[in-house]
Design a protein around this ligand. Structure first.
Ligand code: OGA
Ligand code: MN
Length: 196
């Protein structure tokens, strides 16, 4: 755990992003997948801007469910993010004050157009995390996360495989989810500098 956190800190300073395979406890990833599969109260995801949040299925078609720390499976994941938050604050002098995260389900054909997680006129979302839960994934299954640099070159194309973790600076990296050919589960989260 300490090693992973150190790797993340180094990468955030040097490159602003990191992709880690087999990142956390393998059992935790399995339990989170089971939990995500059992839920039936996902809601159509919205698009937020400085002005409002609204549904626009042409830009993103996934469904989401916010994490809740009162549940033991989810709280094991949130223990990791809270350790990471403390380390980022101590080592990188960023005053992260809050972490919000949701499960996302992308059914066949779902995608999320290229976007930035930090909205114009708002610097609230500072560091993005994406954690994947899917047992098996091949190139032909689609659903890759594509991360771009500031010149629009592809930096990384990540298969959403179980226990892969991606962390990046929210206002620096455009990214998109390509249309998936099968059901795809992820947990997307954001460290913020304030709650609202
Ligand atoms: C997001 C996002 C990526 C993913 O929700 O903002 O970029 O793979 N998610 O779920
Ligand atoms: Mn995003």
């Amino acid at each position: 755990m300490k090693q992973i956190i150190n790797n993340i800190l180094d990468a955030l300073v040097k490159d602003g992003f990191i992709v880690i395979d087999e990142a956390l406890d393998a059992n935790l990833a399995k339990e989170l997948l089971n939990f995500a599969r059992e839920q039936n109260n996902y809601k159509q995801a919205g698009i937020s801007s400085a002005l409002d949040t609204h549904i626009d299925k042409t830009r993103r078609s996934d469904k989401i469910l916010w994490l809740n720390e009162d549940n033991s499976v989810q709280s094991n994941f949130l223990d990791f993010t809270s350790r990471l938050q403390k380390s980022i604050n101590q080592e990188l002098y960023i005053g992260l004050s809050y972490y919000e995260s949701h499960f996302a389900i992308y059914n066949e054909g779902d995608y999320y157009e290229k976007h930035l997680d930090s909205f114009k006129n708002s610097k609230n979302r500072v560091v993005t995390t994406v954690y994947y839960l899917n047992e098996q994934w091949n190139q032909s299954d689609g659903g890759e996360l594509v991360i771009y640099d500031k010149n629009d070159n592809v930096l990384s194309k990540v298969l959403p495989k179980q226990n892969t973790l991606i962390i990046f600076l929210s206002d620096k990296f455009h990214h998109e989810v390509l249309a998936t050919n099968k059901t795809r589960y992820s947990i997307a989260g954001w460290f913020r500098v304030d709650k609202f």
